[in-house]
Each structure stands twice: as C-alpha cells, then as structure tokens.
Write a protein that binds this ligand. Sequence first.
Ligand code: PMP
Length: 428
Amino acid sequence: MSRNQELFTRALDSIPGGVNSPVRAFGSVGGTPRFIQRANGPYFWDADGKRYIDYIGSWGPMIVGHAHPAVIEAVQRVLGDGFSFGAPTEAEIEIAEEIRKLVPSIEQVRMVSSGTEATMSALRLARGFTRRDRIVKFEGCYHGHADSLLVKAGSGLLTFGNPTSAGVPADTAHHTTVLEYNNVEQLDEAFAAFGDEIAAVIVEPVAGNMNLVRGTTAFLQALRERCTQHGAVLIFDEVMCGFRVALGGAQALYGITPDLTCLGKVIGGGMPAAAFGGRRDIMAQISPLGPVYQAGTLSGNPVAVAAGLATLKLIQAPGFHARLGEQTAKLATALTDAAREAGVTFNAASVGGMFGMYFAAHAPQRFSDIQAAGTPLFNAFFHHMLDAGVYFAPSAFEAGFVSSQHDDAVIDATAHAARAAFAALAEG
Ligand code: PMP
C-alpha cells in the first residue's frame, strides 16, 4: 500500500470523507487523494515523495509560487510578536490602503477569514443597504457555502430558487433567483419582472468554478446598467479572479465598476484572509457605524495580513501580470496543440493566470456547455497527467492556476506529459 493510501484510510476514520473540503477527496475523478508534505515554487511533493507540477496553487492563493522567500520572511518577522490580539493593528491599515490602491472601486474594506465570509457579509450588507431581500446569482458561479448561495434555479424564471444542499431552508433559497451566465435576455426579463425587489446581483466576472468561463463584456455591462437603473447593489465576487486576471482584477480588465467587491485567496498569500469592500456609503452601513452586523475573532489576523501584504507587494513588480498571462497562454496553447496532434477534440483557454481545459471544440459560455463536454475523457486525462507528475484540479468543473514560478521549463515538461496523455486517450 502506498503511503498516500495508508493516510487516506486513516483519514477516513476521523475526518468525513477523509478531507476538510470535498473536492480534495478525488470524488469525481476517482483514485486516492495525494497527501501533500511540502511545496516549493511550482511544485509540491506527496507522502510517497513524488513530485508534481502544481496547477491548483491552493485553488488560487499561491500566485507567486509556494514558499516564496519574501512571504516566508514577512511571516517570520511577525511570528515572534504574537499571533492574534483581538484589537486593531497598523498592518490592517496598511493592507486596507494597499487594497484600495490596487482596486480603486473599493473606498473602504473590511477583512474576514474566508471567501465564504466575504460573500455572505457582502450580501447581508447589500440587503441592509437596500432594505430588500431578493438576490440574483448565476448558474455555475460558486460564492462559498452560505445558505443563500447554495441554490439552483427553480423550473422557471419566476419560480423560487431551490436549495442545492441539504440543511438549507427552502425559505432562505426562495429569496435567491438563479439565472444563466452570459444571458443578457434572461437578465432583462428578470429585472423587468422584479427589478425593484433585487437587493444584489452577485457574479464571478471571470468564472472559475465551472471550469473557466469568461463573462462577456456585454453581459457584465448589462449587469452594471440594470443594477444602477433599479437601485440594486452589483457585487463582483473576485475571490478567485481578483489580483489574478489583472493586477486590478476583472473590474480593471473589463473597465466595469461594481458597488462591492469580494476578495480572498491571493490577499492571504495562502493564509486565511479575505475581504469585502466598495462604496463608502454602502460600507458605512456596517457595524459599528451602521445597523448591519458583521464581526470576526480572527479578522485581520496579523500573520495572515503579513503573508497577504508580502504577496500583494510581489505582484506589483513591473510586468508581473503580463508575464503570468503569457506563461498561462503558453500552457493553454501547448495543451491545445498536443491534443490536436493526437486527434483529440479539446481546447484550452486562459485569462491572466487562470486557465480552463475543455474536451469540446470551443470555449464554453455557460454552465450547460461545460456539462455537455466529456467528463470521462477529462478524468482519464487527469490520471495520465497525475501519473506523469502533473497535478491538475481533480474535477472537470474547476479552473487551473499558474504561478510566477511556472517558467518555460515547467510548461515544456507539462506539454511533454500532455502529448503522451492525449496519445493514450486517442488509442482509447
Ligand atoms: N467565491 C469564489 C469565486 C470562490 O472561488 C470561492 C472559493 N473557491 C469562494 C467564494 C469561497 O471562498 P472560501 O473557500 O475561502 O470560503
């Protein structure tokens, strides 16, 4: 038995499914999850000592690569001074100022510890600000696991949303309307029908939780216009795409300004930190200034803030995002070429440091396109690559992530493995 198998068997006894977050269990691709021992730059090593090129980067945070010396040093510098005080620190002002500088639509920002907390708090804030209850989200976007967001569409536009998880009260789900991503007509119908009831529209402007799907400019502009016309709060969930598709996030890439933004992942540099922020008049509604309650024992934790600040400094190096985007595009092209050589229907796409892989002829526009693409082929490809020492997200419904440490040699090694993997798929 491999050490990974031993650990998984042991984990299953004490931890539900053996993991602390479901996708880690390899449920959709099958096989034994790899237990990671250490990581450096673009690589991590599992419990059997096998090295992998890592294309999940902790699902986004590790944009400067694992164990970056500058981030380690920043964390070590604060560790000796204590881990958490429950009282304000100067570093919290620094990270707030840094976030405002990088994402100018954020006039005020509050730190939390996870993306789920950020979106949950932003929604409560939007509801408190507008004094409305209904929220709109889009099929295939993931915004964490708050009750209001674990919802799928009812049978028609005007029917109530239904829970996607046991334990979510139907009454809560009823306040959420779920529409198709990139579908402006449906959006217009919804606003025409109940625009004045909508507290907030929440969207991943570049979606990374149904594989990678870009929001179209027309769609995101329509969101902005309808929200403004109807007094709804537009929330960009940039937990994943923030600081990754561009230094200023998707809102800089598209030139579209949301009212509130949720951030996470990169701003913690791999430590538990996230944030939500935006218009000053809206943020003024939060406790202790206003009536919307929100709080956190570990919010703005000094160790997490040190890692986040160091990471935010590193990504401001001249040309950082241009190079990250180039490397990611190189990877997407190399994968697409390798599939074409083998005669496998496949394409890959990238936006900044995020990429998607599709066993389909064209890049997808919406969740149903991803569902239509071949999951069995993806699963076989995933395992060929894993055997060859390349770790992609263990699900056809996730995006991939590249770090600044994924240099040409790493991309070439990936392309080499991919040629063999696609050839094996073509043989069947
Ligand atoms: N929003 C988006 C866009 C995300 O990708 C995620 C996590 N993948 C979340 C929110 C939730 O973040 P967390 O897992 O830190 O709660």
